[in-house]
Design a protein around this ligand. Structure first.
Ligand code: PLP
Length: 391
């Protein structure tokens, strides 16, 4: 990596070495294994005394290029590409946590991460406490002698609550805890948690990093030392990203900056439209001055992000009616797509939580989550406007 180069340049110019064909654009290396010139070379590559690819579960030029680029954009020393965001979440946790350890995590978290903590890790003797993301006393109060890790999202899915990364890293340092941040909603373009002292950043690259809804993919990023442990586990367990997906993601990263600029400006305009609409009960967007953590958002994030959550007057009934009346926005649980996507978290992404758990997580029955796409924003707003009026 060239450290003096800026985000967009690294996103475009970091690439795998050219082959003897001198291709300009990097091809897909769809191969499960790699050959050696001699038995001695095989021995040395296996012994890691000589660099080289062995087998795609271990490494591949496409996954290497994707991860090298992502590391440069996040300011990480090293990283591991994963076959999904959830594989990244899981690897980050099990690379540190042992039976008997305790995990501290906010209630405001992606639905499947919630299930991983409550239904999978708990079976292996890893306990947890859910805290209220914005209640600083609540965090400190629940740190136990066995607490080893803090895991959080900022902004959180789906309620867009933020956490002060500077404060969180100080708290972790005081108590000797690992900090893992899921940076999926912000992307490396809007915030780099590692610069605050976070140990690992994880991504669901399925979302804004792919940006076009084509892959399921992820990454774990951190220091060389932290990632070494993740790499060992990943090679043994095998949540490997396919070369084709890595190739797509590396291409996608080339346009992340320009896409995020437009996602954010479109989201800002839609949020303002909703805020001014008399049919809207509430709207949440980090860069709206009405967001409870507006000041923190301005300090911590370069822009407000591509997601907006809101509720219409009339609760769940009106929400369902509104969703069925949309003509442009796609009813789908994915986010970070060029297309505007919309979902009703309580009956979809967070439906496996009990009503009580949803209430505690701040997910109201009428909540609607929009991932604002790259269509012309006037058309997006017109679609919302006709559906709101008819609902
Ligand atoms: C989607 C998502 C995940 C899980 O990623 P997958 O690629 O679907 O496995 C994790 N965290 C957040 C915040 C997400 O939105």
């Amino acid at each position: 990596m060239n450290k003096t180069r800026k985000f967009e340049t690294n996103a475009i110019r970091i690439q795998a070495q050219r082959s003897q064909h001198k291709e300009h654009s990097v091809p897909v290396f769809e191969t499960s294994s790699f050959v050696f010139n001699s038995a001695e070379e095989a021995r040395d590559v296996f012994a890691e005394t000589v660099d080289g690819n062995i087998y795609t579960r271990y490494s591949n030029p496409n996954t290497d290029e994707y991860i090298k680029k992502l590391c440069a954009l996040e300011g990480a020393e090293d990283g591991i590409a994963t076959s999904s965001g959830m594989a990244a979440v899981f690897l980050s946790m099990i690379s540190v946590l042992q039976p008997g350890d305790h995990l501290l995590v906010p209630r405001q978290i992606f639905g499947t991460t919630y299930l991983l903590i409550t239904q999978v890790l708990s079976r292996w003797g890893i306990s947890h406490t859910f805290v209220n993301i914005n209640d600083t006393d609540d965090w400190e109060k629940h740190i136990l002698p066995t607490t080893k890790m803090i895991y959080a999202e900022t902004p959180a899915n789906p309620g867009l609550e933020l956490i002060d990364l500077k404060w969180l890293c100080k708290l972790a340092e005081k108590h000797g805890l690992y900090v893992v941040i899921d940076n999926c909603f912000a992307t490396p373009y809007l915030q780099n948690p590692i610069k605050y002292g976070v140990d690992m950043v994880i991504h669901s690259a399925t979302k804004f990093i792919d940006g076009q809804g084509r892959t399921i993919s992820g990454a774990v990023l951190g220091s060389k030392e932290t990632i070494n442990e993740v790499r060992t586990l990943s090679r043994i367990i095998g949540p490997t990203l396919s070369p084709h997906s890595a190739w797509l993601l590396s291409k996608s990263l080339e346009t992340l900056a320009v896409r995020m600029d437009r996602h954010c400006s479109n989201a800002m305009k839609l949020a303002r439209y909703l805020e001014d609409n008399a049919h809207v009960e509430w709207v949440k967007y980090p860069y709206l001055s009405s967001h409870p953590q507006y000041k923190l958002a301005k300090k911590q994030m370069e822009l407000g992000g591509g997601l907006v959550t809101f509720e219409l007057k009339g609760g769940i009934k009106r929400a369902m009616k509104f969703l069925n009346l949309l003509r442009l926005a796609s009813l789908t649980s994915n986010l970070g797509d060029t297309r505007t996507t919309i979902t009703h978290p309580p009956t979809t992404t967070h439906s496996k939580l009990t009503a009580k758990e949803r209430k505690e997580s701040g997910i109201t029955d009428g909540m609607i989550r929009v991932s604002v796409g790259l269509e012309n924003v006037d058309d997006i707003i017109a679609d919302f406007d006709q559906a709101i009026k008819k609902s």
